[in-house]
Design a protein around this ligand. Structure first.
Ligand code: ATP
Ligand code: MG
Length: 563
């Protein structure tokens, strides 16, 4: 199957990583120990793909009586920052996982990793190369193309040691020399063609400051950090499968303090209409397409949190998708259905009008206000009730009234009777329009015998509408969201994902909401009847983000597929 293009909903029933851990324990491998780690690079915020890796690593540790560490893979001073370190720790906490002990940092191991590099040199397994990065990369060759050995490959151990120490001590300029492993320039696996282990970079590091001017590459730091910490199962995504022989080569030549860790790869999470690449997410932020990493439209943990996604729904979703050996893409509707299912249980119901049009009830007693006691949840009485005011002037949604209704339009139109939810039956009489033909006011009458919304004579109406009393309404900003990317696989086939950015991804509405919402707390999620689930913003609770709509689009997709 072509990577990224498949919409594979046949989820793995057996999780091969857990099977492997189980059989390792049974075989007393690693002396029966299980230790995993989550190793983010502190160069951006966590996204839902990371959440998958987090729940896998922490889940396995928990299920098999092991431990899971948080290790910052901070070997690249150019892009990393302490602010990301803190943000990642907060996100882990919100996701509900607790790393064993203090956070670890690959940079804490720089001394040991350096010593091991000298060991390699002493064994004749590493050398200092004076060639430029471009030359080294050209000489690497490719599949079916031979590699070219560096003219510096056969330097003596003494010379290599002296030069490598010189690199560390500042005798050379950035890029002037690198340390490379001496493996095999004709290896089928490109990663074994004398990979670079150290580069000179005079860039202050967010933790080691200017103590180091040489930095180990990912391949020279990762397995070694695993070994130092005592990791048994080093779980990573499939793109590292090709690196595994190098991971194993490095560890096999070192004097390790304990068991040799083992790398296992699983398929990364991909979701339709969603980009899970920090590089692209950073571009969205830097070019101002979103308001920041924590914008409610971002698939970051912070974005989803602002959007109102419960952490438990993320976990359930990740569990359901499972752990696969081949890459595929999950439909975003599945994620949304997990969120909707959970919110349906817990979210109090409220009324809000996103695009208000005024309704005047012409036979309403002047100045009268009625308060309705309305259940907060249709089938959870524990959520209690609230008082909702009703008066002679109300707001309704503009598309709930039409002067010239199309066929099968059952909502309000002159001469038609409808129900105002929990209140009364009303009948539209006429409407006032402005110079542009826009409706500015709908005049209606109400039937005083229909209090609560039912007619004593049993007559039926075809629609029920939400409303807010104009006099009592509170102003709010309601953000409606569509897909951020119109393409189901943004960036596939080498295209620029930003080309499919949806110009109508966000619609800002100046809404009228019922008065209890003036007291809503930051981050609380409610259902606006007929409109969907909405989260009060984390900074300003008068702003609401639509979390998900009410319709189960996942179920619809499944039905369509069966046809
Ligand atoms: P990106 O590709 O978005 O830049 P990254 O993989 O470079 O992310 P890291 O900070 O290195 O970011 O990732 C930390 C861990 O999360 C790694 O083990 C990585 O394999 C895992 N991870 C990253 N993206 C995904 C994903 N989409 N699905 C599952 N795991 C992921
Ligand atoms: Mg990475």
């Amino acid at each position: 199957m072509e990577e990224g293009r498949s919409a594979d909903n046949e989820f793995e029933s057996v999780d091969f990583v857990r099977e492997k851990v189980k059989s390792d324990i049974a075989a007393d491998r690693f002396h029966g120990r299980v230790q995993t780690r989550f190793p983010p690079e502190p160069n951006g915020f966590l996204h839902i793909g990371h959440a998958k890796s987090i729940y896998l690593n922490f889940g396995i540790a928990e299920e098999f009586g092991g431990t899971c560490l948080l290790r910052f893979d901070d070997t690249n001073p150019e892009t990393e920052d302490t602010s990301y370190v803190r943000a990642i720790q907060e996100d882990l906490e919100w996701l509900g996982v607790t790393p064993a002990g203090e956070a670890r940092y690959a940079s804490d191991y720089f001394e040991q990793i350096y010593d091991w590099a000298e060991d390699l040199i002493n064994k004749g397994l590493a050398f200092v190369d004076d060639q430029s990065a471009e030359t080294i990369s050209e000489q690497r060759g490719g599949f079916g193309q031979p590699g070219i050995e560096s003219p510096f490959r056969d330097r003596s151990v003494q010379e290599n040691l002296a030069l490598f120490r010189g690199m560390r001590d500042g005798q050379f300029a950035d890029g002037e020399k690198v340390l490379r492993a001496k493996i095999d320039m004709q290896a089928d696996n490109m990663w074994l063609r004398d990979p670079v282990l150290y580069r000179i970079r005079r860039i202050p590091h967010h933790r080691t400051e200017d103590r180091w001017i040489i930095y180990p590459t990912y391949d020279w730091a990762h397995g070694q950090s695993d070994a130092i910490e005592g990791v048994t199962h080093s779980i990573c995504t499939l793109e590292f499968a090709d690196h595994r022989p190098l991971y194993e080569w490095c560890l096999s030549h070192l004097d390790l303090p304990g068991d040799t860790p083992e790398q296992t790869e699983f398929a990364r999470l991909n979701i339709t209409h969603t980009v899970l690449s920090k590089r692209v997410l950073r571009t969205l932020v830097e070019e101002g397409h979103v308001d920041g990493w924590d914008d409610a439209q971002m698939p970051t943990v912070r974005g989803l949190r602002r959007r109102g996604y419960p952490a438990s729904a993320l976990r359930d979703f990740v569990d359901r998708v499972g752990v696969a050996k081949t890459n595929s893409t999950v439909e975003v509707e599945l994620l949304e259905s997990f969120v909707r299912t959970e919110l349906n249980e817990i979210a109090p119901r409220r009324m809000a009008v996103t695009k208000p049009v005024k309704v005047v009830i012409t036979n309403w007693p002047e100045g009268q206000i009625e308060w309705f006691d309305v259940a907060n949840h249709p089938n959870n009485p524990d959520l209690g009730t609230r008082s909702v005011p009703f008066s002679g002037e109300l707001w309704i949604e503009d598309d709930d009234f039409k002067l010239d209704p199309p066929p099968k339009y059952f909502r309000l139109t002159p001469g038609r009777e409808v129900r105002l939810r929990n209140a009364y039956l009303i009948t539209a009489v006429d409407a006032e329009v402005d110079g542009d033909g826009a409706i500015v006011q709908v005049n209606c009458t109400y039937d005083p015998d229909t209090r609560g919304g039912n007619a004593p004579d049993g007559r039926k109406v075809k629609s029920t509408m939400h409303w807010v009393s104009a006099e009592h309404a509170v102003d709010a900003t309601v953000n409606l969201y569509d897909r951020l990317f119109t393409d189901s696989h943004p960036g596939s086939e080498g295209t620029d994902p930003l080309e499919s950015l949806n110009p109508r991804a966000k619609e800002i509405c100046h809404a009228k909401v019922e008065p209890v919402l003036a007291d809503i707390g930051v981050g609380e999620v409610i259902q606006f009847e007929r409109l969907g689930y909405f989260a009060a913003d984390l900074d300003d609770p008068s702003v609401f983000h639509r979390t998900v709509g009410l319709r189960d689009e996942w179920a619809n997709l499944q039905k369509r597929k069966k046809k």
